[in-house]
Design a protein around this ligand. Sequence first.
Ligand code: SF4
Length: 291
Amino acid sequence: MHKVMAKGILSAHNGMNLYRGCTHGCIYCDSRSLCYQMDHPFTDIEVKENAVVLLENALRHKRKRCMIGTGAMTDPYIPLEAELLHTRKCLELIDHYGFGVAIQTKSDRILRDLDLLKRINDRTKCVVEMTLTTYDENLCRILEPNVSTTKERLHVLEVMRDNKIPTVVWLSPILPWINDNEENIRGILDYCIRAKVYGIICFNMGLTLREGNREYFYENLDRYFPGLKAQYIKTYGNQYEIVSPNNKTLMELFRRTCKANDIVYNYNDIFQYMQTFEDKAVGEQMSLFDL
Ligand code: SF4
C-alpha cells in the first residue's frame, strides 16, 4: 500500500474510486488493463489519503444533490478498508449531506456499513451492486480467489432485500468454456430471483481482454485450465470482445428468466435507475400536499 494526495475525487458523472488497484485477485480483471496507465503494481494499493476531505468539499459545493457512484474500477471493500474506513467515512458524508449512492462490490464486508446504507436509503436512495459470475463455489474460488464467494454475496443480497435496499447484479464476465453454460446461468438467475434483485446487467455472455489483463488471464488459464489458452488464441486472436459460442442461447435464457420474474434487464433502464436521485422526504411532503 502507498499513499498519495489526490487532486480531485468525483468524476464528471459523480463517480469516485477511493483506492487504485485491488487485491481480490479476479483472474479476468479489466482494471489491470494497461490503458488505465497505473504507475504501480496492481496489488500495491494506492490510497488517496485526502479522499474524505475532497469528497466533503465536493458535496458541500454541489448545487444539486445527486447519486454518487463508487466501485466501478476498484472494489471499495478491499481488505485494507477494514482498517482505513475510507468507504465508511465517505458513506457518512453522503448520508450527512443528503446525497444518494450506488455502490458496487464483490465483498460481504459491505455488511459492516448496513446501518449507513439503510439510513441513506431511508432518506434518498442507495443501490447495492454485486457481481455474480459463478454458481459453483469451487470455481468461484479459482476465478475470484480473495473475495466473498457467490453464496456469501447471495447472503448480502438477501440482507439488502430484507432491509428494503434495492440491488443490481452484474452478470459478468462469462468466460468461454469455463462458466458459459446453462447450469451456471440458471443457478445465478435463481439466486437473483431468490434475492428479489431490482435488475441484472448483462451486455452479452463474454468478457473483454486487452493488453495488461489478457496476460494475467492467460497465466491463470495455464495454471488452472491447461490447454485453454491455446483455444482462446485460436478462436479469438487479439480481439477485445470475447463472446461465448453459447451467447445466443444463454442471452435468451437470461432475458426470458428476467421477464418472467419482473427483473429489469435492459441495461439502459438500470443505469438510468441508478443515476436517478430521489428525495423521499420531498416525495412525502408532496404526497401530503396532494391530500
Ligand atoms: S474485485 Fe474488481 S477490481 Fe478487484 S480484482 Fe476483481 S475485478 Fe478487479
